[in-house]
Design a protein around this ligand. Structure first.
Ligand SMILES: CC(=O)SCCNC(=O)CCNC(=O)[C@H](O)C(C)(C)COP(=O)(O)OP(=O)(O)OC[C@H]1O[C@@H](n2cnc3c(N)ncnc32)[C@H](O)[C@@H]1OP(=O)(O)O
Ligand SMILES: CC(C)C(=O)C(=O)O
Length: 560
């Protein structure tokens, strides 16, 4: 049994919506998005953004494509009021963007809010009062009827003030704060009273924002609550149902997705899940989740790193390396079987075809991330990842059995040294193991000649530091070279041979070949040799000599 006392809590009661429809619905289009980064996000920072940072964030939000942005709680402070004035007076608001401002349902705060909006072309005035029992009983000390009146009085005042400001098109948003902790029939009663007081019509809709001010139940309960409101609210055709999930239980994204399936039209949240306590719903994750289902989110995160940089600068909050879609490590696989599957998936993925690379739910390129960090190697890695880095970073496509052999070399290195090995480290290991495999025999040069139907070779090598010219004939250059080496007492068999061109080319821009020869020698087992050269025959002979040195039989040479 755990030590913490769970008995002091009770489970949230089910809604009892037995004919719920949302589980079989699918999200097929983006909702209206509203960013509250500059309000709910900002009010949760240990150091709220100054005006310049707010402006930078506002511009970024506009660039991403948000059409509704809650920019302040203008009656809260001169800073907040001043920011609203600045965006209006300095004409920073694009024509297709509507700014939004929040106020409590209190007369002096509403009046001050309207003062801040003078000169705006359009604005959403967002008014809220809590409706749940704890607020009614402990905070307001009000009956249900008094709480309804509080909301309705605020809405009437907003209607009056809006009428006095005909140059600004005012949309009303109302939030029954702590909606999810409010009795559903009472939430509906307050919302219906607001809709009626505003005189909402299909051409002048009211936004009813139904927040999980504090997330207190599983997301299916939120979906039931939203579907119940969607089905029972009066004048549904004159109402925009908005979601405002918080993430106290870590399920805000799920709550928003299920809430949309349950009939909501709009979602409020913040970039990367900033916001009070555990945050508002993460709009980036929500949007990119839609993208990965083939639904255009209507928000542009094609350079997610740039958005992240602005976010971190303005909020002074770091983004976790495993944050969905944006974290430094989310497109990285360290473990062997993942790397192997990703490598094979990349190879099979055709341009313009449905994305289906294992372990990567999104193409990193869609959010402006490169493939560079997709595969990183440490002691958890296997041959697939190592082969991937050798191929993508160094243009060396290794035969499968060589992958197995070389991964043992890398594994030994990571076991000894710990930590990650870079693509460059892997290359150094490859070069030390195969290209510079020992100096009992060193290649210097060769000359090929025809001898009847046979291929002849004069092969110049250093054996034990002394230069020798060995001759041999065979049915091809490799066979001839084997015979030349055999004339010096070096006996080995070639088990397999592969040669591939390397991409990219060498530093001089010329093509290079990489040859791999699998060899065996009596009592010495089997191993690979590898050679790289601009000349394909030279690459093969170097591979042969690499194999001989690795088998340890170069020292057995006997030259007359
Ligand atoms: C869930 C949310 O995120 S809601 C948004 C919360 N954001 C903020 O509060 C940030 C900005 N807020 C502020 O600057 C201030 O709180 C102000 C200006 C709004 C109000 O300041 P004050 O008048 O000093 O009140 P205070 O900050 O102590 O808030 C508590 C008062 O607000 C009342 N209140 C709380 N919510 C509401 C509401 N939605 N409508 C009306 N009154 C409310 C409380 O009953 C309490 O009233 P009381 O002092 O008569 O008991
Ligand atoms: C003002 C409301 C919408 C709010 O921020 C909340 O309930 O979390």
């Amino acid at each position: 049994m755990s030590q913490q006392k769970s008995s002091k809590y009770t489970a949230f009661p089910p809604v009892g919506l037995t004919d719920r429809q949302w589980p079989s619905r699918v999200i097929t289009q983006a909702p209206m998005w509203m960013s509250t980064d500059l309000r709910d996000g900002n009010q949760a920072l240990f150091e709220p953004m100054n005006a310049d940072k707010k402006m930078q964030m506002f511009k970024t939000l506009c660039q991403i494509g948000f059409k509704q942005i809650e920019i302040a709680f203008p009656s809260a402070s001169e800073t907040e009021f001043g920011f609203v004035r600045r965006v209006i007076e300095e004409k920073h608001i694009p024509d297709d963007v509507t700014i939004e401002v929040l106020t409590q349902a209190r007369e002096h705060l509403i009046r001050r809010t309207f003062e801040s909006l003078k000169g705006a072309k359009q604005a959403i005035v967002h008014v809220y009062n809590a409706t749940c029992p704890t607020f009614r009983d402990f905070v307001f000390g009000m009956s249900k009827a008094e709480v309804v009146n509080m909301a309705v009085d605020a809405v009437k005042l907003i209607k009056t003030l809006a009428a006095q400001m005909p140059e600004t098109k005012i949309t009303l948003e109302y939030s029954p704060e702590l909606f999810t902790a409010t009795e559903l029939d009472f939430a509906k009663e307050v919302c219906d009273a607001v809709t009626a007081a505003w005189g909402a019509t299909p051409d002048n809709k009211v936004i009813l924002n139904l927040p999980t001010t504090v997330e207190i139940a599983t997301p299916n309960i939120y979906a039931d609550q939203i579907e119940w409101m969607h089905r029972n609210l009066e004048r549904r055709d004159s109402v925009i149902i908005s979601l405002h999930p918080h993430n106290d239980r870590g399920t805000a994204v799920a709550a928003a997705e299920l809430g949309l399936m349950a009939g909501a039209d709009r979602v409020e949240g913040c970039l990367f899940g900033n916001g009070e306590r555990t945050g508002n719903v993460d709009l980036v994750t929500l949007a990119l989740n839609m993208h990965t289902q083939g639904v255009d989110p209507q928000l542009d995160f094609s350079d997610i790193n740039a958005v992240a940089r602005t976010f971190e600068h303005c909020t002074q909050l770091p983004i976790h390396p495993r944050h969905p879609y944006v974290g430094d490590l989310v497109f990285t696989a360290f473990s062997g079987s993942h790397q192997d599957a990703i490598k094979k998936g990349f190879a099979a993925q055709k341009a313009d075809e449905t994305w289906s690379v294992p372990y990567l739910p999104i193409d990193p390129a869609d959010v402006g991330r490169s493939y560079d960090s997709v595969i990183r190697v440490n002691s958890q890695s296997g041959k697939g990842g190592i082969a991937y880095l050798m191929e993508t970073e160094h243009g060396v496509v290794m035969p499968r059995r060589l992958q197995v052999e070389f991964s043992g070399v890398v594994q030994k290195h990571t076991d000894t040294h710990g930590g990650e090995v870079s693509a460059n480290d892997i290359w150094q290991l490859f070069a030390r193991t195969y290209l510079d495999a020992g100096d009992s025999i060193r290649y210097r040069e060769h000359h090929l000649f025809e001898h009847g139907t046979q291929q002849g070779i004069r092969l110049t090598v250093d054996i034990g530091g002394t230069t020798h010219v060995l001759s041999g004939e065979g049915n091809g250059p490799i066979n001839a070279a084997m015979h030349a080496l055999a004339s010096a007492g070096i006996q080995a068999q070639v088990r397999s041979y592969e040669e591939r061109s390397m991409v990219p080319m060498g530093e001089d821009g010329n093509a290079r070949a990489c040859a791999f020869i699998e060899m065996a020698a009596s009592g010495r087992g089997e191993c690979y040799g590898a050679g790289i050269d601009g000349n394909i025959v030279t690459a093969s002979i170097k591979a042969l000599i690499s194999g001989i040195n690795r088998l340890g039989i170069g020292t057995l040479a006997v030259v007359a």
